[in-house]
Design a protein around this ligand. Structure first.
Ligand code: GDP
Ligand code: IMO
Ligand code: MG
Length: 432
């Protein structure tokens, strides 16, 4: 009864969506447990190309239950739009369930996210402006609205009125922006509640039943370990925990995992501000962006690109206890004559092999590189590890050694079948 968490090992956008789409073919439940519509998970399969933000990437398996857990910040407008566009593509959303305890992203969260980024100006975090930080801050401050609240009109009004009064004081007095109208927000969100009612459930009970029945469960991580609010490049992080450890609390299940699959790109990218020690501000960085089509699935922003950072990779593997690794986008390196890997940092005359806490220290770190020869051959049509060019195999083995965890999957293109499976995580149902 495998429970597998699929977790980003870097700064997000590692290709979690495509890995989960593949694993979901053999799974019964796929559940999101953190983040919100800041996520953008790209899936390319026989049904088309999709960018999912809140709906789990298992939605293409009509037999799988897809759960949006209590740990997710749900933006109802964004979710309804996503459901509609899936239905237009004839993808059923009948087995989609949303936790009654999930926090709702309110219009003041999005507004305050934007106003605060504008106030910060040059030192902005570069958030996705989806209201994620303010929503999780309100959850902790006990000022949140939850999906269940939208289903109880009098209770919702009673809860919203004093919260909106406080938010409007901040919006008008701190930021000098116009106040939001209680009636407008109330009626709009009641309408969202009406439209989402059929999906809202006690999803922790569904999860617990699935566990009791030994179902095959995928826990879908969003963002990446380096954006974790504790272990990432704080304060340049997101506001929930993308780690495997966050999965239990974000779904209402015991902290028992069979496997934790860390997803890593064969190089690194980051959108938004904050330290990225191996960033390439040169033609190589531009080439990686170009070859990898590194533009955000949520905001369209160009992603910052750099060489694989094994110091950060080891850090994320340890804090999430990865048992397996999926290495994505190996094909993007096909044209590189030489490939560098960062094995340590130099900081103020010292060599560091562990990841420092301070963003200021990280900004001063310079990478220590090891250089490997590139393979300079196309890999997109290869499906077996042994068929990869010898230098590509050497690169994969080197990363595996540096991270200290076996690489079981390697992707060489964006579509579902462009995957080399060295160690299948799930036996096919026919074989099971
Ligand atoms: P996620 O947020 O972790 O699900 O990743 P994103 O979907 O935001 O970003 C990954 C991007 O890389 C998407 O555009 C994918 O279609 C693309 N992609 C994923 N795997 C591969 C691969 O092996 N090769 C190439 N060339 N592109 C890939
Ligand atoms: P997926 O699931 C990449 C980044 C933002 C910003 C920081 C804080 O697709 O991998 P937020 O809006 O969360 O307050 O922004 O986190 N960020 C992501 N970067 N992939 C993501 O999700 C991200 N979600 C948030 O760019 O730097
Ligand atoms: Mg993404």
């Amino acid at each position: 009864m495998p429970v597998i968490a699929v977790i980003g090992g870097q700064w997000g956008d590692e290709g979690k969506g495509r890995v989960i789409d593949l694993l979901a073919e053999q799974s019964d439940v796929v559940a999101r447990f953190s983040g919100g519509a800041n996520a953008g998970h790209t899936v390319v399969n026989q049904r088309g190309r999709f960018a999912l933000h809140l709906v789990p990437s298992g939605i293409f398996n009509p037999e799988a239950d897809c759960i949006i857990g209590n740990g997710v910040a749900v933006d109802p407008a964004s979710l309804l739009e996503e459901i509609e566009s899936l239905q237009k593509a004839s993808i059923s959303t009948e087995r989609l369930y949303i936790s009654d305890r999930a926090q709702v992203v309110m219009p003041y969260h999005q507004l305050l996210d934007r106003l605060e980024e504008e106030r910060l100006g040059g030192s902005a975090l570069g958030t996705t402006r989806r209201g994620i930080g303010p929503t999780f801050a309100d959850k902790a401050a006990r000022l949140g609205i939850r999906t269940a609240d939208l289903l109880d009109p009098p209770g919702f009004r009673e809860r919203l009125a004093p919260i909106l009064e406080l938010k409007n004081a901040i919006i008008t007095k701190v930021y000098g922006s116009p106040a939001l109208d209680l009636e407008e927000v109330y009626t709009r969100y009641l309408d969202y509640g009406r439209r989402l009612r059929g999906y809202i459930r006690e999803t922790h009970l569904l999860m617990q039943a699935a566990l009791a029945q030994n179902k095959r469960i995928i826990l879908e991580g969003a963002q990446g370990a380096m954006l974790d609010v504790d272990f990432g490049t704080y304060p340049y992080v997101t506001s929930s925990s993308p780690l495997a450890a966050g999965a239990a609390g974000g779904l209402g299940i015991p902290a028992r995992l069979n496997r934790a699959l860390g997803v890593y790109k064969a190089y690194v990218t980051r959108v938004g501000a904050g330290p990225l020690p191996t960033e390439l501000d040169d033609t190589m960085g531009a080439a990686l962006r170009d070859w990898g089509m590194e533009y955000g699935a949520t905001t369209g922003r160009p992603r910052r690109c750099g060489w694989f950072d094994a110091v950060a990779a080891r850090h994320s593997a340890r804090i999430s206890g990865f048992t397996d690794i999926a290495l994505t986008k190996l094909d993007v390196l096909d044209r590189c004559p030489a490939i560098k890997v960062c094995t340590a940092y130099q900081l103020d005359g010292q060599t560091l092999t562990t990841f420092p806490a301070s963003a200021a220290a990280l900004e001063r770190c310079t990478p220590v590189y090891e250089e490997l020869e590139g393979w300079q051959q196309p890999t997109q049509d290869i499906r077996r590890f042994g068929d990869l060019p010898q230098r590509a195999r050497r690169y994969v083995r080197r990363l595996q050694g540096l991270i200290g965890c076996p690489v079981g999957m390697i992707s060489v293109g964006d579509s579902r079948e462009q995957m080399i499976q060295r160690r299948p995580l799930l036996r096919s149902r026919a074989a099971a």
